[in-house]
Design a binder for this molecule. Structure first.
Ligand code: NAD
Length: 501
């Protein structure tokens, strides 16, 4: 959207001294306001518990921006753009004082009353904050007012419904931006361009041609000091219910009637409504034990600080979904995610059906592999399409080769997900944000699993999870790895070879 159309605004980060604000939000905002001036004229008001003044806040944020690798004119930029307000408690007086400070700042900085409230606060203080904003009249202004809500969005269906009811008591759905930062990643957005601007793929995107779809989000890291939150959450709540399910809806959705937020969210919600209840046998939970990552010994999950010694929290989850609609009936969608896996990888693999007749097998050549379209979200963002070629020489020896597209080779640095999302919030585009109904439908699907006491199997850190996760796919011998993982290993091997040359 053109910068000239963005009216000046105030961007209020509630929780402005926290980890998310320092590591993600401020650096994203700095880039948007400096590089190409994409975000128009904005000012940031950090709001938090700490005793600080404007200059104290600016000093903290200069450090945060430097830590994020930014180095140009930081002091001057912070002096011009950043302000701070202390909210000492959740009393009506506290919110009224915040409202007064906002009005004073808008006058001082000549801002017309366009406001973003980014709630970057712990979930426990969420209710008080939203009620406090409503009571102080901060849900309306002379311009537009938008409210941004971070994950986690509830911990089950009931809490998600309660949260939606709370938000709707004070704000309209058109004002609410529920963040799933995976949707801000360029590769994820490009999925829509890939599918709907390239009809050659749309014709094979269905049960006739696709054998299965696999979505993997693997982390090398363990719980990293977040045990307090993670112990009560686990991989199903933390990753599957939101990020992986969102990716799945984008792969599976129908062509929207228009390319706008309402039409796209409508199609995503239809996919969620069509998923069959998940059978217990289609779920695998795991928890990492001791192991080795990158040659270094790492402790088990239960040995991590803040984790109970008998914890049954899953650090790995794999789920098989069946979408009961015309396009996907019978095609399994496998979502899997885990901590302390061999490496960081987020990838979607669309595995196409093998040739209907085993022509080449009859000629005593090796097995024919399926065509696989890999969409890599991180790292090495891009696409790869695997297909069979004949190895030169006698006989028919087939080998898999790849057509590659890598973002960094064509476009250089990609914007961070938060840059994309902040810009969309400022321009009022809700396409990449989760609608109330989507959030509830997703919880409707996974909440029954939370009560089922699914066995949590151990896996050594540095492996791809419990072995039984492969059984979920009923993979043939020799085909034991997910295509996503197998191809990533292959690509890694290629890189290593290239380095050696
Ligand atoms: P944090 O604990 O580092 O920071 C919390 C901030 O909220 C602090 O600035 C604190 O002063 C402020 N705060 C606490 N109570 C407040 C209140 N009642 N009113 C105003 N300010 C208050 O937390 P964080 O890691 O920055 O996470 C913030 C939110 O973002 C959480 O909901 C978290 O789940 C979510 N989130 C964080 C990350 C991340 O990478 N840190 C990623 C995704 C989602």
């Amino acid at each position: 959207m053109a910068t000239t159309r963005i009216k000046p605004y105030l961007f209020v980060i509630v929780g402005g001294t926290g980890d998310l604000a320092r590591r993600k939000l401020l650096p994203a905002f700095y880039r948007l306001l400096t590089e190409g001036n994409a975000a128009g004229r904005g000012r940031v008001l950090g709001v938090a518990r700490q005793e600080l003044d404007d200059d104290g806040y600016r000093a903290l944020m200069v450090d945060a921006l430097a830590d994020a690798g930014l180095d140009h004119d930081l002091e001057e930029w912070c002096r011009t753009h950043l302000f701070y307000h202390r909210l000492p408690d959740a009393t009506p007086k506290g919110y009224a004082a915040l409202a007064a400070r906002i009005e004073q700042l808008e006058e001082q900085e000549d801002l017309p009353g366009n406001r973003v409230f980014y709630l970057s606060i712990p979930p426990e203080v969420f209710d008080d904050t939203v009620h406090g904003f409503g009571a102080a009249g901060l849900n309306r202004s002379d311009g537009w007012t938008r409210l941004v809500v971070e994950k986690p969005f509830g911990s089950d269906l009931e809490s998600a419904r309660r949260l939606n009811a709370l938000l709707h008591e004070h704000f309209d759905e058109s004002q609410i931006y529920r963040i799933d930062h995976y949707l801000g990643k360029e590769t994820v957005q490009n999925l829509l361009a890939f599918r709907f601007a390239n009809p050659i793929f749309e014709h094979v995107w269905n049960r006739d041609r696709v054998e299965r779809v696999e979505i993997v989000v693997a982390e090398e890291l363990g719980v990293e000091g977040r045990a307090g939150y993670y112990e009560g959450a686990g991989a199903l709540r933390d990753m599957i219910q939101n990020h992986l399910t969102q990716l799945m809806t984008l792969v599976a959705m129908e062509v929207p009637a228009r390319f706008d937020a309402a039409a796209i969210r409508f199609e995503k919600t239809k996919v969620l409504s069509a998923i069959e209840p998940i059978a217990t046998g289609d779920v695998i939970f795991g928890q990492y034990g001791e192991g080795t990552i990158d040659g270094e010994k790492v402790p088990s999950y239960r040995q991590e600080q803040g984790v109970r010694s008998n914890s049954a929290t899953e650090t790995f989850a794999a789920v098989k979904l069946q979408i009961a609609n015309w396009r996907w009936q019978g095609v399994p969608f496998i979502l899997r995610t885990g901590k302390r896996l061999p490496r960081r990888l987020s990838q979607i693999a669309v595995v196409f059906r093998r040739p209907p007749i085993a022509l080449f097998e009859r000629m005593h050549c090796e097995e024919v592999h399926p065509n696989v379209l890999l969409i890599t979200i991180q790292p090495d963002e891009g696409f790869s399409l695997g297909f069979e070629v004949k190895v030169p020489g006698e006989g028919y020896v087939l080998r898999k080769q790849h057509l590659h597209f890598r973002y960094d080779e064509s476009f250089g640095r990609l914007p961070e997900a938060y840059e994309t999302l902040l810009l969309d919030i400022i321009t009022g585009d809700q396409t990449l944000f989760v609608h109330a109904e989507e959030a509830e439908k997703s919880w409707e699907l996974y909440t029954p699993l939370l009560d089922r006491r699914i066995a949590v199997k151990q896996y050594p850190a540095g492996t791809w999870g419990p072995e039984s996760a492969d059984e979920l796919l009923h993979l043939d011998e020799g085909d034991y790895m997910l295509p996503a993982i197998a191809e990533a290993e292959l690509a890694n091997g290629d890189d290593e070879d290239a380095k050696e040359q």
